[in-house]
Design a protein around this ligand. Structure first.
Ligand code: DSN
Length: 415
């Protein structure tokens, strides 16, 4: 792999090859990560990166657009077909700029919006006070029920009636349960708010018909195109036709300059892959694997927020194990199991040293791992958490992890 880089820039090559080894010899459980296909990799690393194309297909500012126009239109058409969307903008560079564009398009600075608190599973762009979203808008933050770990729609409604937000954001980064989109729609209608869904985490499951879609009910839906969507890093914004002009203007020229047509080609390819029947099987298996892994962890006395999962994502509170999330992450990294430390709702610890871990099944399912492998993963996690300082135990687990992983090749990696 990467022979040209090897010859030209050995320092970069060395780290790229080590990263390819890490990805293929280890178990990737970060729920927002995945392995893209060789075709997506090729598009993302292609000559399309050379081209500037400010504007939209048919209405560009520079010449030489005949090929990128075809590509961008294919990305739009495929996204429309996949999600049943009225209008799609495929240019956002990633999730945070896309969410910022949605706010910029449809709100005035200082307007009231509702979003989920960060330590309850929301995202920094959903109103974290120190982030741009929290500074530019008046975010009212809702939470999950502390007992159940689930959204309390009565509480969401109460806050909405009290605060009369102009927009309500639903869709999260660390929430393991399915979302009642219709209930959000009803609340938004009751207070005259725009309903905005950020489905970055679950878009692949929605596209694969393994979870219900907010697209028919919501005014605007944003998703990143990596994560469960298994495309390149990037995002798209879908909306009802009546918001199309405002959304497009907010993305360009409101916030962005030239779109990254190499990434847009990757998005088009990923949407094409997601339109195939195999992707439905993938999406279902991601959920089955997550449910199986959650049950195996609970059998080993892991306390899961909301006692399980409906999605690809599991959030565990390690307080009863006496191992903070940070120590767990480091020890698991040492055996080749990658996940992330994470806050739990109302975490008494800090975000940099929180009580929990967040894990998920999109990447390992792409490799073809199924229920028997989930049992092994749960067992390894349990053994690591019980042996965070036991060097020989960690070394033994590392060998077992590597042996299993090498039986499940990663797309795009040939070592
Ligand atoms: N960093 C992403 C995640 O891990 O969920 C969200 O932006």
């Amino acid at each position: 792999m990467y022979e040209t880089i090897k010859g030209q820039d050995p320092s970069i090559y060395e780290s790229m090859i080590k990263e390819a080894q890490r990805q293929s010899e280890g178990i990737e459980l970060i729920p927002s990560e995945n392995y893209v296909s060789q075709a997506v990799l090729e598009a993302n690393g292609s000559i399309l990166t050379n081209k500037y194309s400010e504007g939209y297909p048919g209405k560009r500012y520079y010449g030489g657009q005949e090929n990128v126009d075809v590509i961008e239109n294919l990305a739009i058409d495929r996204a429309k077909e996949l999600f049943g969307a009225e209008h799609v903008n495929v240019q956002p560079y990633s999730g945070s700029p896309a969410n910022t564009a949605v706010y910029f398009a449809l709100l005035e600075f200082g307007d009231t919006i509702m979003g989920l608190k960060l330590d309850h599973g929301g995202h920094i762009t959903h109103g974290l006070p120190i982030a741009y979203s929290g500074k530019a808008y008046n975010f009212v933050q809702y939470g999950v029920n502390p007992q159940t770990g689930r959204l309390d729609m009565d509480e969401v409604r109460k806050l909405a009636l009290e605060n009369k937000p102009k927009m309500i954001v639903a869709g999260y980064t660390a929430y393991p349960r399915d979302i009642d989109w219709k209930a959000f729609r009803e609340i938004a209608d009751e207070v005259g708010a725009i309903a905005f869904a950020d489905i970055s985490h679950t878009a692949g499951l929605i596209a694969g018909k393994a979870l219900e879609s907010p697209v028919p009910f919501f005014d605007v839906v944003m998703t990143t195109t990596h994560k469960t969507m298994r495309g390149p890093r990037g995002a798209i914004i879908m909306c009802k036709e009546k918001y199309a002009k405002d959304i497009d203007r907010a993305v360009f020229p409101g916030l962005q300059g030239g779109p990254h047509e190499n990434a847009i080609a990757g998005k088009a390819i990923a949407f094409g892959e997601a339109l195939k029947p195999e992707f439905k099987e993938y999406a279902m298996q991601v959920r089955k694997n997550a449910e199986y892994l959650a049950n195996e962890l609970m059998k080993r006395d892991f306390k899961l927020i909301s006692d399980g999962t409906d999605t690809h994502l599991i959030l565990a509170d390690l307080t009863n194990k006496n191992v903070p999330g940070k120590i767990a992450q480091i020890a698991l990294d040492r055996v080749g199991i990658t996940l992330n430390k994470n806050t739990i709702p109302d975490d008494p610890r800090s975000p940099f040293d929180p009580s929990g871990i967040r894990l998920g099944t999109p990447a390992i399912t792409t490799r073809g791992m199924k229920e028997p492998e989930m049992e092994k993963v749960a067992d390894w996690i349990d053994r690591v958490i019980s042996n965070v300082e036991n060097e020989s135990a960690l070394a033994e687990i590392k060998n077992e992890v590597k042996e299993m992983c090498l039986k499940f090749p990663v797309p795009g990696i040939k070592l």
